[in-house]
Design a binder for this molecule. Structure first.
Ligand code: DAH
Length: 353
């Protein structure tokens, strides 16, 4: 910085003016360097200027520069202390707690719709004397198909539906193999189990996802009939949905049950009328039929019982398989099964559990 032709006294005034403008540490450092810098500082330049002063004036000049030096150094020290005090005060201010602020409540998680439905179903069947059984998701052909009486060339074994695992294993395509494992493991009926779990099929659209959830049910005992099957399913469905839900059995076919039935319930969105409740429009949820299919069922085929070492002459039984995702979609009005597996918090948050 140049001193120009300013006298030490003028420079002292200039220093005061510049110091008065300093508001923060960076400006302070700039000021300090400009005045006391070893190479280019103004004080340094003033001392160097001694050479130019006529010898008889040097003493006076030297004293004036010394006074300037004292003034500048003193001024810098005072300014530095003021800044430090200010910085400490700022830091204290920033760290001050406002004890009147309301606390931030941690948001509690909620259960996944499939978990909620699973638990509800397990609770209903627990009251009816059923226990929960589980089995492996990586299965073999015997438990998933053969023991369930699927003929060797049955289309469900097709690579279209089944994910095969290297080495001959497969991802179970339904929870029915848990029936087989349970019967093989337990010596004597009565048996009453439900088997919740993940199942896998090579399928992917709005209603199908390659992984989905089923609950299998199995009851084996002496003298069980289609009437027991129907009564059990009606009780279950009316507890799961509502007491006025209609239930109908439609004849169907499954290799492991005879006779077999698909079970429909009255559409909860149009109360079975086929028309939307507000405007008389055709109900879009059940395609105006008034009914929705929610499970498959039947009387356990005697061949399956015999395969598992249970005498079909003494015992009969019924079984059913329910799509849990489908129930969750119906209950929460979820239009696309993939929404269940996207982990979008908005979907998860709306489920009260
Ligand atoms: N396993 C069948 C499926 O995944 C569902 C099913 C139908 C299970 C009838 C049963 C049954 O136990 O009796 O499509």
């Amino acid at each position: 910085m140049s001193t120009g032709a300013a006298s030490p006294a003028e420079l002292a005034v200039r220093f005061e003016a510049e110091a008065a403008l300093v508001a923060d540490r960076a400006a302070f450092e700039q000021l300090r360097l400009a005045w006391t810098g070893r190479k280019k500082g103004i004080l340094r330049a003033m001392l160097a200027g001694m050479k130019e002063v006529a010898p008889q004036n040097r003493r006076e000049y030297g004293q004036a520069v010394h006074q300037l030096k004292v003034a500048v150094e003193g001024g810098l020290e005072a300014l530095g202390e003021r800044l430090s005090a200010q910085e400490k005060a700022d830091a204290r201010q920033a760290a001050t707690l406002d004890v009147t602020l309301p606390g931030r409540r941690p948001r509690l998680g909620s259960l996944h719709p499939v978990t909620v439905v699973n638990r509800d179903i397990e609770a209903i069947f627990a009251e009816m004397g059923y226990s929960v059984a589980e089995g492996p998701e990586v299965e073999n052909d015997y438990h998933n198909f053969e023991a369930l009486n699927f003929p060797r060339d049955h289309p469900a074994r097709d690579t279209q539906d089944t994910f095969f695992v290297e080495g001959g294993a497969l991802l179970r395509t339904h929870t029915s193999p848990v029936q087989i494992r349970t019967m093989l493991a337990r010596a004597e009926p009565p048996i009453r189990i439900i088997c919740p779990g993940r199942v896998y099929r090579n399928d992917n659209d709005l209603r199908h996802s390659p992984m989905f959830h089923q609950i299998e049910g199995l009851a084996i005992g002496e003298g069980l009939t289609v009437g027991d099957l129907k009564g059990t399913l009606e009780t279950f469905i009316q507890r799961l949905f509502s007491a006025d839900t209609g239930v109908r059995l439609r004849p169907s076919f499954f290799p492991f049950t005879e006779p077999s039935a698909e079970v429909d319930i009255t559409c909860p969105f149009c109360a079975g009328s086929g028309e939307s409740l507000d405007g008389g429009e055709p109900c879009g949820v059940c395609s105006a039929t008034g009914w929705m299919e929610i499970l498959g069922s039947g009387m356990v085929d005697p061949r399956v019982l015999a395969e598992c070492g249970i005498d079909p002459e003494i015992y009969t039984g019924f079984a059913f398989g329910l799509g849990v995702d489908r129930v969750a979609m119906i209950r929460y009005g979820i239009p696309n099964i993939r929404m269940l597996f996207d982990n979008d918090e908005r979907l998860l948050r709306q489920v009260q559990s």
